[in-house]
Design a protein around this ligand. Structure first.
Ligand code: HEM
Length: 432
């Protein structure tokens, strides 16, 4: 959203700089006076929270890299050295490990927020696509980071996940060898995982810059989904949203600090405190919680279709479940963005959220576990639940989203953002 720059350089140096590299003007116009819808709620604080998470991961990660050794004989010991010998090393590691969970928690809230309010719809498709690319890069980074402590789950997680590529005919095996730098998870894999784990956050940083740029062209969406129609609909970003974002961030940091100081290992797996051992397979190999839904989708394909065998189908379904996110702006046929005014779509959205949580639960169990417990008379296996939820996941995007958009009659909408805000105010005044 272009707006007149009101920046006035007021010293000799800032005037000199402004004529040569107007970075201060850019910051002032983007984060000081940027016209922002006046009705943004706390779900809009997560973009800032995510920026904070990225900074925390980079700062703690670089500091730990000074003490970590990417070699199969030393990786586990060097991680324990960080925990025991390095000053505040335990704090660095716990912030980094809990931080990855917090980063994903925030990104899931941010994505579901975008889906609820239709923020991916025109003219914000590029913003959404860049978001999905960030999400992919986050998953690649987290997966590689989990391998570095070289515990049992690091080793076996890497073995399982890289082996899924060899389900792809012809090119699968070469891809797996290329990812690992050899024929099995070993030193070559560890060193390249470390190199890429260090590099990818900076790729994410670059993508975030583009993401925020793509945000500043159309400007923010808002809870009504109605575009800004004039100055009566907006407020300058500072001080209103800098303060609101800061408050949201403080609440988020309380949750973050709770896990770091009171339950630092609650979100991890105890087996990763056992050094990697190629001769002992853990009874149950699971990824971190934030990747579990995709793991459930991967494992829910237990049957062959025509010449596609179950393993390849699992890989296609897993990658398809992410790829479909890229198409969302075009699958959604509704003219109304915000689900606030879409009564038919709303329950489907909440079912979708439940299905994602359910897939996470299925991903954490073994396929033969009983959904209703071991002694239940009903025979309902986890894998069956996973298959139902996987089917719903795809039906949601490919059938429900396009069809409901055509079929439903939206609720009456306010004429503008200012109208929706002021109506709320007059109703409150009348009630007093
Ligand atoms: C490192 C990760 C990310 C960072 C730092 C980040 C940053 C931001 C920021 C600062 C905003 C503006 C404030 C806000 O609306 O909350 C924003 C908006 C947005 N982001 Fe992200 N983002 C990230 C990941 C993602 C992902 C993974 C997606 C989707 C797949 C996404 C989709 C969006 C959309 C659609 C908006 C526009 C929201 C609106 O105006 O309604 N972002 N992001």
């Amino acid at each position: 959203m272009s707006h007149e720059s009101t920046y006035q350089p007021n010293s000799g140096f800032t005037r000199w700089l402004d004529a040569r590299l107007p970075v201060v003007r850019l910051m002032h116009d983007s984060f000081g006076t940027f016209p922002t819808p006046r009705n943004l709620n706390y779900w809009w604080t997560f973009g800032g929270i995510l920026t904070f998470c990225l900074m925390v991961q980079i700062a703690t990660g670089i500091t730990m890299a000074m003490h970590y050794t990417a070699n199969v004989d030393l990786a586990f010991a060097s991680t324990e050295h960080i925990m025991r010998d390095v000053n505040f090393g335990w704090l660095l590691r716990y912030i980094h490990a809990v931080g990855s969970s917090m980063f994903f928690l925030a990104v899931y809230i941010h994505m579901f927020r975008g889906m609820y309010y239709g923020s991916y719809k025109a003219p914000r498709e590029m913003l959404w696509i860049l978001g999905v690319l960030i999400y992919l890069a986050m998953m690649a980074t987290a997966f590689r980071g989990y391998v570095l402590p070289w515990g049992q789950m690091s080793f076996w997680g890497a073995t399982v996940i890289t082996s899924i590529f060899n389900a792809i005919p012809v090119i699968g095996q070469p891809i797996q060898d290329w990812l690992l730098g050899g024929f099995a998870v070993g030193n070559a894999a560890l060193t390249r995982f470390f190199a890429l784990h260090y590099l990818l956050p900076f790729v994410i940083f670059g993508l975030v810059l583009l993401h925020v740029w793509a945000l500043h062209v159309p400007g923010n969406n808002n809870p009504t989904g109605i575009e800004v129609k004039g100055p009566q609909d907006t407020l300058p970003f500072h001080p209103y949203y800098t303060v609101k974002d800061a408050f949201g961030l403080v609440l988020f940091m309380l949750v973050f600090a709770f896990f770091v100081f009171y339950a630092p290992n609650a979100l991890g797996h105890p087996d990763n405190y056992i050094p990697a051992n190629a001769m002992v397979t853990p009874s149950h190999i699971v990824p971190e919680w934030y990747l579990l839904p995709f793991y459930a989708i991967l494992r829910s394909m237990t049957f062959d279709i025509w010449f596609l065998d179950a393993k390849l189908l699992g890989v296609i379904a897993m990658f398809g479940s992410i790829f479909v996110l890229f198409l969302l702006p075009w699958l959604d046929t509704s003219k109304v963005k915000s689900l606030r005014y879409r009564p038919m779509m709303q329950p489907f959205f909440w079912l979708f959220v439940l299905a994602c949580i359910g897939l996470g639960w299925v991903g954490a169990g073994t396929p033969d576990d009983q959904v209703f417990g071991l002694n239940s008379p009903v025979d309902f296996k986890m894998v069956t639940l996973g298959q139902i939820l996987t089917a719903f996941y795809f039906i949601y995007f490919l059938v429900i989203v396009p069809l409901v958009g055509i079929m439903e009659t939206p609720k009456p909408m306010p004429a503008s953002i200012a109208d929706s805000v002021l109506k709320g105010r007059s109703a409150a005044a009348a009630a007093e």
